[in-house]
Ligand binder design. Structure first.
Ligand SMILES: [Mg+2]
Length: 267
């Protein structure tokens, strides 16, 4: 069989397996049919905005530094996040990553790592963002209420990422989580990760107080942490996040994988 056919078959099998695994996990909330919202009487920002085009622009990093989801796309983004398409898109990313990962030959020194972001990558904060006060990112970010939510440690796993995580461990990868969460949240984050199914890792890197005070952009902070990994002899073979700032910068890894997130933008 030709290589391209083999690759296609592998991807199809991986996606089918991811589909089954992801269906087993449950994200709280109603599942709405996915339907594009082509503007609405409630819209106020961009008349006639096509929300599907807006989301594609977000995912392709064609629009940057946006602060809230356009009001007229609130329902569209909500339907996307709680509906089937977000699940399917996430599974496609994880399935593609797995096809790549399983064809690699790892070293025997235990230095081959896969980097995962945490929020909206390993864990899902959808139960928080689905609340009316947050409106899937159509309301401004509220650090106080988000921290309260984080302190509950109740974020479920993003099923497609958990599926990939388990398979990467079996392949022999070392897992490194790099998150902009602060060290003060380490205990609850570790508990949350364990409860969600992430039970083993090489490092779980959070921001300490000095780093938070530095006010680095996420891309700068994550670049520095990845560079430290490389200096320590690790080889970053894969890197997955929901923000472009997770996968741009220094030492991004041999391959990067971008999960969907139309709810917020972090530089
Ligand atoms: Mg994230």
């Amino acid at each position: 069989m030709e290589t391209s056919k083999l690759l296609f078959l592998s991807l199809a099998l991986a996606l089918a397996a991811a589909s089954n695994a992801a269906t087993a996990g449950a994200i709280p909330g109603h599942i709405h049919p996915l339907r594009p919202q082509l503007g609405s009487s409630a819209g106020r920002n961009i008349p006639g905005l096509n929300c599907l085009s807006w989301r594609l622009a977000v995912e392709a990093d064609n629009i940057q530094h946006w602060t809230v989801v356009p009001k007229e796309c609130e329902n569209y983004v909500g339907n996307y996040m709680l509906g089937l398409q977000y699940r399917i898109d996430s599974k496609f990313v994880s399935g593609s990553a797995y096809v790549y990962a399983k064809n690699l030959t790892l070293g025997k020194d235990g230095k081959d790592v896969w980097v995962f972001d945490i929020d909206e990558t390993s864990l899902s904060n959808l139960p928080y963002y689905a609340q009316p006060d947050n409106a899937f990112g159509a309301k401004p970010y509220n650090e106080t209420t988000f921290t309260e939510w984080e302190k509950q440690g109740k974020a479920p796993a993003l099923p497609a990422t958990l599926w990939l995580y388990k398979r990467l461990l079996r392949l022999g990868f070392k897992i490194v989580f790099i998150s902009g969460k602060t060290e003060s949240l380490r205990a609850i984050t570790v508990e949350n990760m364990h409860n969600a199914g992430y039970t083993k890792w090489e490092k779980l890197i959070l921001k300490n107080a000095e780093e938070k005070a530095e006010g680095l952009h996420a891309m700068e902070y994550k670049s520095r942490e990845r560079t430290n990994l490389v200096k320590a002899g690790y080889r970053i073979l894969g890197n997955m996040g929901d923000q472009w700032s997770d996968i741009l910068g220094d030492n991004v890894g041999s391959r990067t994988f971008k999960l969907p997130n139309p709810m917020f933008y972090i530089a």
